[in-house]
Design a protein around this ligand. Structure first.
Ligand code: ZN
Length: 414
């Protein structure tokens, strides 16, 4: 059982195993069986295993096995069809002799959702974790995808590998393709570093929309909004450094502030997450400080959604609530619901969770406001520079942000 997030190459890995072993490769995808007539799924499974046995030695690969093999007691219930398909897979796997010469591999990104029967000894009892690539892996993957593409001297794949923490192999392939398309569109003979940057930002957020007209008022609001993110992120001690700020619209956003993690990290502390919440609030708070409470715009809606989601996961999944520290709560995915609340916990717990989430987002907004009030002159200066130049890179930001201070009221560390 290959376990890992989408796009990490689980299917490629299974094919590579068959290639190395020089044996036939039979595959099916769990999603093919969704909404099929009763009995069809099971008979397809029978056919697949029969064919495989005839061609043994060989490999059978079942992609997205969670689509047919989710827990039978999960909410929404596996329909009869899913259950029959799953049962047929189990029957077939149990029917193998040790020397049948057939190896069954499967892939999922949700091993926690799988029916336990599937994971018993003799079935899928060996798990291989296929994780997101780390920085040096990403560099190697990028090299593979740029092989055969002509690139300019200035192309810096290492810098791109650094910027793409959290990207899967498929995402990186996508960036490489976009870079080639961008170069072609711009009439470049080779892929330049600018094409690469454009491709990265395009994949991350969406295409630049230079044609989108913003009136002067909107540009000014956007400049203050982005300056707010940048300053709060810059000042808070556990936030990543600001990499770039722009008020050129991209995708559905009016502007973007990029933060750059200095290295890949597996864990984040409460301090770091609270700083992320505060810097996400920085945009809306800057709008409020400069233009007034009810002049704030819809430009902050995705920031607010991010805050709500991160705060929720901090409370429910990570046990990071101030009043619920070290307590986690069942999520919707676990499938247990109490009848009265429709949630997997009591009404009282639901209220407590809501209160903790609200507390996190309020705290973030207060900290952002305190930082921006203490650095009002820099906020004005940065907004002004953005209006004049539209995009500011690290080097240009440095002199502007110099001297920004962290007020006592925004500190978390003792
Ligand atoms: Zn924003």
């Amino acid at each position: 059982m290959l376990v890992g997030p989408p796009g990490t190459g689980k299917t490629l890995l299974a094919k590579a195993v068959a290639g190395e072993a020089n044996v036939p490769f039979f595959s099916m995808s769990g999603s093919d069986f969704v909404e099929m007539f009763v009995g069809v799924g099971a008979s397809r499974v029978r056919d697949l295993f029969r064919q495989a046995k005839e061609k043994a030695p060989c490999i059978i690969f079942i992609d997205e096995i969670d689509a047919v093999a989710h827990k039978r007691d999960a909410r929404g219930g596996a329909g009869r069809e899913d259950e029959q398909t799953l049962n047929q897979i189990l029957v077939e796997m149990d029917g193998f002799d040790n020397d049948s010469g057939v190896i069954v591999m499967a892939a999922t990104n949700r091993v926690d959702m799988l029916d336990k029967a599937l994971l018993r000894p003799g079935r899928f009892d060996r798990h291989v974790n296929v994780t997101l690539p780390e920085r040096k892996d990403r560099l190697e993957i990028l090299k593979v995808h740029f092989k055969g593409k002509p690139v300019a001297e200035d192309v810096d794949l290492e810098a791109l590998a650094k910027k793409t923490a959290g990207s899967s192999g498929a995402d990186l392939a996508n960036i490489a393709n976009e870079a080639a398309i961008t170069a072609a569109r711009e009439g470049h003979k080779v892929v330049t570093n600018a094409d690469l940057t454009e491709a990265f930002e395009r994949v991350a957020i969406g295409p630049e929309r230079k044609s989108k007209v913003m009136n002067d008022k909107e540009r000014k609001i956007t400049a203050y909004h982005e300056a707010g993110h940048a300053i709060v992120g810059h000042v808070l001690p556990d936030s990543d450094p600001v990499h770039k700020v722009t008020i050129i619209p991209r995708g559905s956003t009016g502007g973007v502030t990029w933060f750059l993690p200095p290295e890949d990290r597996s864990y984040k502390s409460v301090y770091e997450l609270k700083d992320i919440l505060a810097r996400a609030m920085g945009g809306r708070v800057a709008e409020k400080l400069i233009f007034g409470a009810d002049a704030v715009t819809t430009g902050a809606s995705s920031d607010l959604r991010n805050v709500a989601e991160l705060a929720k996961s901090m409370i429910i999944e990570e046990g990071m609530g101030d009043g619920t520290r070290n307590l986690v709560f069942p999520s919707e995915a676990t499938g247990y619901y109490t009848i009265t609340t429709g949630k997997p916990y009591s009404e009282k717990t639901a209220e407590q969770i809501d209160a903790e989430i609200k507390k996190l987002s309020n705290e973030a907004s207060v900290r952002a406001e305190n930082v921006l009030k203490a650095n009002k002159a820099i906020l004005d200066k940065l907004a002004e520079e953005l209006l004049a130049h539209e995009t500011l890179e690290e080097k240009e930001l440095e002199p502007i942000l110099k001297g920004a201070k962290l007020p006592e009221t925004a500190k978390l560390h003792k």
